[in-house]
Design a protein around this ligand. Structure first.
Ligand code: GLU
Length: 395
């Protein structure tokens, strides 16, 4: 019997990042020794000073509904953080706290997009961007890039992708899945194009800002002409090892923040009160307190790149941030390895799961069909073992 699900859910793809993580979990439960390099989830524990703040909040009986857009103290702390790290002036009434940056993005899309609006997605892009646009019945338009340009799009490409229907661009630097970071000059060059098209809003997803190995983070909204139409998205999951705490937030023009609050008020209300109290401590903490994790990620990145470059057929660039490498593996297409015909990145990723017991994510999920994503938010031991297995399976 077919179940009478809505067209909305039927048209929605399953999140490939979460699906691969679930598959790895399932295989592990069956007794298989799977190394998971699919999920973008730090393998560190949440730092003690943040955990202590949460425990204190429980003991202080924080247990009631919070304001829909978050505690005022947290929104004030986020404003301090925006000024300190991004040189952005936001007031608390421009900030909305949500259940993860994913909800922040979904809120923004829901309140700005109408059916048939076009959303520009510089590819590769995070899996849920296209799905969220689809949920809003908007059309997403990919702007392709490749490893040869370090997965960056050019201003000319941006200009060519814009039509009168373009309503938004989802921009993400440091980028998931490529780890690419745009320089300030590159931001400004893209902004120069957007200046000519005042109807376009910019969703600037800066969730990986602290996982950054060279340059100081830059923000779209720091460009004066962009500020009034940029929504800056951030959260605590990646830099503070707090994926499960689910705290995301935006800084935005007040009218957009108000609309997001209205949306959230009908769907989830304010996010978890304990996580919010702990988040006050986290966002106000000096960045130096989490630097040890970033340093460790950098060491691992170098190991991954070094090892992957030794495998024939892997084309690897040097990502400057996030915790992913995004090798081009199209050299394998058309080849048969261990009786498996590899036609595309999906086949390749499944081959690695089956024959190397290593979980990765196919580039198709990110609008980059020549690549796979490897997360190095895993221990050095696991990373070394995983790549050894990959090399053995392909040899
Ligand atoms: N953002 C992480 C990733 O890309 C977590 C999973 C998800 O929400 O997609 O792996």
């Amino acid at each position: 019997m077919t179940h009478p699900l809505s067209d909305r859910i039927n048209s929605l793809p399953t999140s490939q990042t979460l699906a691969m993580a679930a598959k790895a979990r399932e295989l592990r439960a069956e007794g298989k020794d799977i190394i998971g390099l699919s999920l973008g989830e730090p393998d560190f524990n949440t730092p003690d000073f943040i955990k202590d703040a949460a425990i204190e909040a429980i003991n202080q009986d924080y247990n009631s509904y919070t304001p829909v857009d978050g505690y005022l103290e947290l929104k004030e702390a986020i404003c301090v953080k925006f000024k300190r790290d991004n040189d952005l002036d936001y007031k608390p009434n421009q900030v909305v706290v949500s259940t993860g940056a994913k909800q922040s993005i979904a809120n923004v899309a829901q309140v700005l997009l109408n059916p048939n609006d076009e959303v520009l997605l510089p590819a590769p892009y995070w899996v849920s961007y296209s799905a969220i646009a689809t949920l809003c019945e908007a059309t997403f338009v990919e702007i392709p890039s490749s490893i040869d340009t370090d997965f960056k799009i050019t201003p000319a490409q941006l200009e060519a992708a814009i039509t009168p229907k373009t309503k938004m661009i989802f921009f993400n630097s440091p980028n998931n899945p490529s780890g690419t970071i745009y320089s300030e000059a590159e931001y400004r060059a893209l902004a120069a194009v957007l200046e000519k098209h005042p109807q376009i809003f910019i969703l600037s997803d800066e969730i990986y800002e602290h996982v950054n190995y060279n340059a100081k983070p830059f923000s779209f909204a720091a460009i004066e002409s962009m500020y009034h139409r940029t929504i800056t998205v951030n959260g605590l999951a990646k830099a503070f090892a707090m994926t499960g705490w689910r705290i995301g937030y935006i800084g935005a023009p007040e009218w957009i923040a108000k609309a997001c609050t209205k949306m959230q008020g009908q769907i989830t209300s304010g996010t978890n009160c304990i996580a919010q109290r702990a988040a006050i401590t986290a966002v106000l903490a000096p960045v130096s307190k989490i630097q040890f994790m970033v340093d460790e990620f950098k060491t691992r990145r170098d190991i991954v790149i070094g090892l992957l470059r030794e495998i024939d057929g892997f084309k690897v660039n040097v990502p400057e941030g996030a915790f992913y490498v995004f090798p081009d593996i199209s050299d394998f297409f058309g080849k048969t390895i261990k009786d498996v015909k590899i036609e595309n990145a999906n086949d390749f990723s499944l081959f690695l799961l089956e024959h190397a017991n290593v979980a990765t994510v196919t580039g198709d999920a990110f609008g980059a069909p020549n690549c796979i994503r490897i997360s190095y938010a895993a221990s050095e031991l696991q990373i070394r073992e995983a790549i050894k297995r990959i090399a053995a399976a392909l040899s």
